[in-house]
Structure formats: structure tokens, C-alpha cells
Design a protein around this ligand. Structure first.
Ligand code: FRU
Length: 821
């Protein structure tokens, strides 16, 4: 009894092999054929697999027979014919190893497979029957295939189907489609490419297309292969993406078959019926399959390139190592999967809460949940179960939390508790347009469990498509809650006595500041201006990516007054104040309900940029937060401006320090320090009166270096990450960017934090800040300070090696969708 039988074509692929000295093209003879490859992959991994097929009584037929046999595939159901020659295919590879084919099959021996050649009794006894569409292009193989599949189905054998669309082999597109649809009716497991999915469903959206197939055919497991990006799966009640592996691919032939063979192997190995497999199990299987597929692309040919279990495990380990390479040492990042904006920042009963935009089933943006973490000190975070799940009103977009101290909402039965105010995002059934409405959830147990408010949504504006990211605070002067949120090109202000009924009180922003992108994630608060005794209001507005703006998404702020109803800008409308001059600080907002005796206004931002956030090379996890920063206002010649410095709690990260004073750096004598850790904090006071500038290079043990520089002539501070390591995942990533920074008495002060995935540069006590992701090829191990001409004096230079912070999972029950959140 065999585990798996595959039915269909086996053939010879002739793959290009350079040219002869005379310039003639040469080809290597590579056995292949999708169902044969799948059988070989399974046999390689240790399953028993047999192949039902037909070859010609010729040299190539004999070769295929021998190759299958040597690959461990059972060939008792391989028959021979002299009605036609063995099928041949010539493969043409482009520069990326992608293929096209020319087939020699008019007819080919495999199309002469007859029902009489099919061992139906063996099929009944096996666990999986796998087939494709190519054995249905011509009779009699079509009938033989159909009868085999029908028999398997009848006997309760799992049926696996790969449409494997090759239009050149069909008389017409319609015919191909009709037979693929026949196959779909029988499939329990479907492996399909994006092109095939759009050919069948007309949809280029894998999520929609796979849903259509699921609804029409009830297929238990649909897997859409996405080449090097990995794959997408759809089960009865869950779906998601599983990232692929970065490898140097030379020939993609057979990669999909290896993928499928690996997947079938793991399904068999688990012994669990398909409909009982848990999502995490499927993700594990698909990761294994992605690894198997990627290995095959690094070798020429198909059938004989199938990976072993050891090779796959090695690939998995390398990936884990590479992913861990960029896992931050002290910046907050999610346990796995995708994260964007910080949400619901609130301090309550001794804990800082950090919620965040989270896609728990993929490493790209997707259906938004609120992830959750808590901390006693803003540095050590403990991961908690997901706080808010999407529901009948849609996904959970950004928003805030407040403490309802006086039970103004009536949700806390005479006590107090946390209220989350967030955007519910779905599609309006009437117009088909995206719809964003504001809703509430509350927690009576310090944010451990959440209940959605029954009357959700509490605030809707029918005509506004972009209407989101509420930030709420108590405004004692008007004795009500104030909500600021964004509506495309402006901010709106609403007032409420109970957090439930909201009234529009004002608008601000049309024609003010930057409108390079849609307005998002507002925040509004008052801060003292230095020790002047007066205060000003700060309105924070993040602006989304715009393909024509190289900076991508970034954050601006306004200084002015808030009269309880609206914001009044102190500066001319055209004046733009940027929060951060690096590329990776977005959607930052501040903690609510900081204790009065603390008094700090602390902000944290998402350390990425919508321009390339979905592409950063971190693998199964993606996204980190900036360091938490204290915001202050200071008065300068040009008016009141924000400054920011990391919270003092980061000092506890220091583990070893080294200090130098009065070091003279000249062009020919740079100052270099070897470091023994790659998590660093550097403080430098630099006197530039006799030099034209300074460069601080953070060098890896490999080739990469990130440059932090100051051009004294232009009074320009910059970060150059064009050679910082992995940069090719997006054309905008490799860049140099900076900001004006005036020296003070001929000196500048730099305070730098370096993590495995980022560098944060604070200049002159946080007057100018640059926050940037970097992905060095190897750990950073050298810091060098140099100058172009003249000399600079390092009045002081402190370098601290920093501790890595563990981010443990809180000991708690598993997240479940069972509760009403
Ligand atoms: C900002 C943003 C918000 C939105 C959220 C969705 O990054 O686009 O406006 O609420 O992300 O994840």
C-alpha cells in the first residue's frame, strides 16, 4: 500500500546549458513532469509514492523509468507504448531563472494512458491521489485521469489538484478552463498560482479569488503560491500568508512541485484529518513547503533536485538566524507577524499599556487587530494576548485609550476602568466604498479582557471616506472629553460628556502645513514652553505616503492654542514643522493618564515608513516601535518648537561604558573604537570650529556601514544608509537625508542609540532627531569618527554597550475569538 499516488505526465525537460565553442545552444536532459516531480519529492522525504503514467518505448522512456526508480518512486503503474514517443519539453530560462516551455507532444506517450492502465485497487488503498490538468488535455488519458480521481473520491482518499496551466497544450482557453473546473470539483487540497487563480476566477486579488473558489467548490485547503514571496492559504475559517525564503534562484523548474510534495508529506505525517488541522499547524507545514520549494530553485532541473528533510531543516534554521539578526535588542517589536501604529497608549494602575495595529496571520498589513503589551517602565515589555479582534463592524484601526476615572460612560458600575476609542473599518454596503466609524471597547480588569460597547459605532459621518484614528482626552476647562480625529485633509474636534455621544465642535487644517499625503493619527496636548511659565498646544498629524514624495510617510506638528472647540495655529499656514528628519518614525502618539507627579508627555512612534514597510527584510515578524520619547517645548528665534529625548528609563540598558575626552580628530588620524556588542549608545560633544565637518561611521564586521555626518558649512546633520546593509528590498530605502542644525558656540551634541535594526540620532538635546531603520549584513563592531579636512575636537565621547531586553509572553490563557472582543 502506497501513501500517495500521482497520475499524469512524466517527460524530459531540456534545460539550457550554455553554448558550444561554435556558439550552438546546448541543453541538459532533465527528467520532470509535475506529477512525477511531486512523487519524487515525497519519496525523497521518506513517503511511499507511486506514479501512474505512460512513456514511449524509446531511449527517453527508459531513462524516465530508471530515474523514477532511482528516486524511490514506485513504478509498477508506469506503462509503455509504441503509439507515440516519450513527451519532451524544451525549457527557456530568463535572467531570473523564470521559465517558458516549448513542448514536443503531438502526441506524446503520456496522453495514451488508458483506464485499463490505472491500478484502481491501489488507488483505493492509498491516502492521497494527486493529479494535474495536463493528463486531461487529450483522450484517452483524460478518461483515465477522471476515472482515477472519481475512484479516489469515492473511496475517501484525499484528492490533491494542481491545475498547472499550460495553455500551449490545450486547443483553447475555454477547454483548459472547463477541465480545470472539473478538477476543482474533486479537490480537497488545491495548489494554485496567482496567474492560474486569476485565469479561473477573473480576480487578481488572491484573497478574493481563493474565497470564490472556497465558496463554489468547498475545497478544504487552498494554497496560492506566490513565488519567492511564499504562499497564501485559505482554510474553512482562516486564511493568511506564509513568507518565502530569500535564495539565489537559478532555475525555478519544479519548485512548485517540491512545495506541494513537501506539503503533502507533512499532511500525511501529521496524521490529522484536513478539516481538523489547526492554523498554526498549517503555517508550520507551509513554512516547511516554502523552504523545500526554495531549495529546488537553487539547482538546475526538477525531478532530481528534490530536497531532503535535512536540507529543509537547514534552510529553516538559516532563516531563523537571519530573522533574528534584525530582531531589535531594546526597541519594542511584536512576537511575530506584522505590526504598525501604536494604539491605546495609557498608563493605569502601575502599568504602561501599548496596543498596536497587528495582523496576527501575516507579515504584511492585513485585517487589523489590536496587539497588546504592558510594561512597568516603558522599556521592559511583556506581550499579552490580542486585545481586540475584527467583528461585524469591520477591522480595528488605530485609536486610543483613556481611563474613565469617574465612570462618565456608565460602563464601570461605580468604579473606573479603561475605554478604548478606535476606528472600525469596513465597506459601506450601500455604496461599496470604504467606511470608517468610531467605536468603543472597555475593560474592567486592567486591560486583560475587553468588551465591545453594544451601541457601536458611536460616531459616523456618512460622507467622509477617510475618518479615523480618534485620540481622546479629558478637558477640565470645558468639563468634557475632547476627541481629535482626522478626515482626509483636516482634523476634527468633537466633545462628549460620556464618551458615547459626540458633538462636532471645530475643524482645523485645510490649507495648513503639509498635505503631501492623507492626514492620519492626530494627537493634541498642552506643554509648558521651557520654564517661561506659559503653555502651548501641540497638534501632531502624521501624513501618509505619496508615491511622488521620496520621504514617504512622516509626521508634522503644529504649535498653537486649543480653545476647547478647535485648534488655532500660531504659525503661518505654510510653515511646516517636522517631528523627525529620519525616514522611520510614523503614526506616533502619546500616553494618556500619565500620573500628575510624573508630568511627562511621552510619545512612541512606529519605526517604519509606508513606502516600504511591507517589504523590510525581517521575515516572519515585521515592524518595531521607536524608543519612547519625552516631548518638550522650547522657544527659539523662529518660534516655539518641539524637542524630544528618550525617556530616562533607557539608562538602565547601559552595561559597560567607555569615555574619552579632548580627542583631536584629523583627516589622517580618525578615531576608532572596536566594540564588543552591537547594541550601543553614543554621546559626543564635538567642537567643529577648526574643521569642515565630522562623520561617525557604524561599521559591521562585513561590508556595511551607516554614516552619521555633520557638514559644518551647510550646518547640516545627516544619516546616510545607502551602504547600511540590505537595502535592495525597495528602491527608496538606500538614501542620505538630514536636517539643518545650527552649532551652539561652534559645537554640536549628538546622542545616538544603535539597535540591530535601527539607529536613532538626537542632536543638540533633541532639537533635531533622525530615526532610521537599517539592516546591516553582520553585527556592527566598529565606530569610527573622522573628518574631511582641518580638525575637530571630541570634547567628550562616551560609548555605552547596551543590554538586550527580553520581551516575554505574559503567562496567560491563549488568545481566543470566543469572547465578545
Ligand atoms: C496609519 C494608518 C491609520 C490607520 C491604520 C491602519 O499608519 O494608516 O490611519 O488607522 O494605519 O492600520
Amino acid at each position: 500500500m502506497l501513501d500517495v499516488m500521482t497520475i499524469g505526465e512524466v517527460l524530459i525537460d531540456f534545460t539550457p546549458a550554455g553554448r558550444t565553442a561554435e556558439g550552438n545552444e546546448q541543453f541538459t536532459c532533465n527528467p520532470g513532469g509535475a506529477p512525477a516531480n511531486v512523487a519524487a519529492a515525497l519519496a525523497r522525504l521518506g513517503a511511499s509514492a507511486g506514479m501512474i503514467t505512460k512513456v514511449g518505448k524509446d531511449h527517453f522512456g527508459a531513462l524516465l523509468h530508471e530515474t523514477l526508480l532511482n528516486s524511490g518512486v514506485d513504478v509498477s503503474a508506469l506503462s509503455l507504448t509504441d503509439e507515440a514517443s516519450t513527451t519532451l519539453a524544451f525549457v527557456h530560462l530568463d535572467d531570473d531563472g523564470d521559465r517558458s516551455f516549448s513542448f514536443h507532444r503531438k502526441p506524446g506517450a503520456d496522453t495514451f494512458l488508458r483506464p485499463g492502465d490505472v491500478p484502481f485497487d491501489e488507488i483505493e488503498k492509498c491516502r492521497i491521489l494527486h493529479f494535474g490538468s495536463l493528463s486531461m488535455t487529450h483522450e484517452p488519458a483524460r478518461t483515465a485521469t477522471r476515472e482515477a480521481v472519481a475512484k479516489a473520491k469515492e473511496a475517501g482518499v484525499l484528492v490533491s489538484f494542481d491545475p498547472n496551466l499550460r495553455l500551449a497544450l490545450w486547443d483553447s482557453k475555454e477547454e483548459a478552463k472547463q477541465h480545470i473546473l472539473w478538477g476543482l470539483n474533486y479537490a480537497d487540497i488545491l495548489k494554485i498560482s496567482e496567474e492560474e487563480l486569476s485565469f479561473i476566477t477573473g480576480s487578481t486579488d488572491v484573497e478574493k479569488g481563493s474565497l470564490m473558489l472556497r465558496q463554489q467548490f468547498g475545497i478544504n485547503l487552498i494554497v496560492v503560491t506566490l513565488a519567492e514571496k511564499g504562499c497564501y492559504y485559505r482554510l474553512a475559517d482562516a486564511d493568511g500568508y506564509v513568507p518565502g525564503f530569500r535564495v539565489k534562484s537559478i532555475d525555478t523548474t519544479g519548485a512548485g512541485d517540491a512545495f506541494l510534495g513537501c506539503l503533502l508529506y507533512r499532511i500525511l505525517d501529521s496524521g490529522v484529518p484536513l478539516h481538523l488541522l489547526e492554523e498554526q499547524q498549517i503555517i508550520g507545514m507551509l513554512t516547511f513547503a516554502n523552504a523545500g520549494g526554495s531549495i529546488v530553485t537553487t539547482r538546475k532541473g526538477a525531478l532530481q533536485s528534490m530536497p531532503t528533510t535535512e536540507e529543509i531543516h537547514k534552510q529553516l534554521e538559516t532563516k531563523t538566524r537571519n530573522e533574528d539578526k534584525y530582531k531589535p535588542g531594546f526597541h519594542f517589536s511584536p512576537p511575530s507577524h506584522w505590526m504598525n501604529d501604536p494604539n491605546g497608549l495609557v498608563y493605569y494602575e502601575g502599568e504602561y499599556h501599548l496596543f498596536y495595529q497587528y495582523h496576527p496571520f501575516g507579515n504584511k498589513w492585513g485585517p487589523m487587530h489590536w496587539g497588546h503589551a504592558v510594561s512597568p517602565d516603558l522599556i521592559h515589555w511583556e506581550h499579552r494576548p490580542i486585545a481586540l479582534f475584527p467583528d461585524e463592524h469591520g477591522a480595528i484601526f488605530s485609536g486610543c485609550c483613556v481611563v474613565d476615572w469617574n465612570n462618565s460612560s456608565g460602563l464601570f458600575e461605580g468604579s473606573h476602568g479603561l475605554v478604548a476609542i478606535f476606528t472600525h473599518a469596513d465597506t459601506c454596503p450601500k455604496t461599496g466604498q470604504p467606511r470608517q466609524r468610531q467605536s468603543l471597547a472597555y475593560s474592567r480588569d486592567k486591560g486583560r479582557t475587553w468588551h465591545k460597547y453594544e451601541g457601536n459605532p458611536v460616531l459616523a459621518e456618512e460622507d467622509l471616506i477617510d475618518f479615523r484614528d480618534p485620540k481622546v482626552f479629558w478637558h477640565p476647562q470645558s468639563e468634557r472629553w475632547v476627541m481629535v480625529l482626522v478626515a482626509g485633509d483636516h482634523a476634527r474636534f468633537y466633545g462628549s460628556k460620556d464618551l458615547i455621544e459626540w458633538t462636532l465642535t471645530g475643524e482645523f487644517g485645510k490649507g495648513e502645513g503639509s498635505h503631501d499625503g492623507v492626514w492620519e493619527c492626530p494627537d493634541l496636548f498642552a506643554l509648558p514652553v521651557g520654564d517661561s511659565g506659559r503653555s502651548k498646544w501641540v497638534l501632531i498629524i502624521s501624513i501618509g505616503d505619496n508615491p511622488s514624495i521620496p520621504e514617504g510617510s512622516r509626521t508634522q506638528y503644529f504649535i498653537g492654542e486649543f480653545d476647547g472647540n478647535t485648534f488655532i495655529n500660531d504659525n503661518p499656514a505654510e510653515r511646516i514643522l517636522w517631528l523627525d528628519y529620519g525616514r522611520d518614525n510614523y503614526a506616533g502618539v502619546t500616553w494618556s493618564d500619565m500620573p500628575e507627579q510624573d508630568g511627562r508627555r511621552v510619545m512612541i512612534g512606529w519605526m517604519s515608513n509606508w513606502k516600504y514597510a511591507n517589504e523590510t527584510p525581517t521575515g516572519a515578524w515585521r515592524g518595531a516601535m521607536t524608543l519612547p520619547r519625552v516631548l518638550s517645548l522650547t522657544s527659539r528665534g523662529e518660534g516655539v518648537v518641539l524637542t524630544q529625548m528618550p525617556v530616562r528609563e533607557v539608562e538602565q540598558l547601559r552595561k559597560a561604558s567607555e569615555s574619552r575626552e579632548n580627542v583631536t580628530v584629523m583627516a589622517e588620524t580618525p578615531f576608532t573604537l572596536q566594540t564588543s556588542g552591537d547594541l550601543l549608545e553614543i554621546e559626543a560633544e564635538i567642537d567643529l570650529r577648526s574643521g569642515n565637518g565630522v562623520q561617525i561611521r557604524l561599521k559591521s564586521s562585513g561590508e556595511s556601514e551607516t554614516r552619521i555626518g555633520y557638514d559644518a558649512e551647510r550646518e547640516w546633520l545627516f544619516v546616510d544608509r545607502s551602504n547600511s546593509g540590505l537595502t535592495d528590498f525597495h528602491p527608496s530605502f538606500a538614501c542620505e537625508h538630514g536636517a539643518r542644525l545650527a552649532p551652539v558656540n561652534g559645537k554640536i551634541k549628538l546622542h545616538i542609540w544603535l539597535d540591530r535594526n535601527a539607529v536613532e540620532v538626537y542632536a543638540n538635546e533633541g532639537l533635531v532627531v533622525l530615526t532610521d531603520q537599517i539592516f546591516p549584513d553582520a553585527p556592527i563592531e566598529r565606530v569610527s569618527v573622522s573628518t574631511g579636512s582641518g580638525q575637530v575636537m571630541l570634547n567628550s565621547f562616551h560609548i555605552h554597550e547596551l543590554k538586550s531586553v527580553p520581551f516575554p509572553n505574559g503567562a496567560e490563557e491563549k488568545p481566543s475569538r470566543g469572547n465578545d472582543a
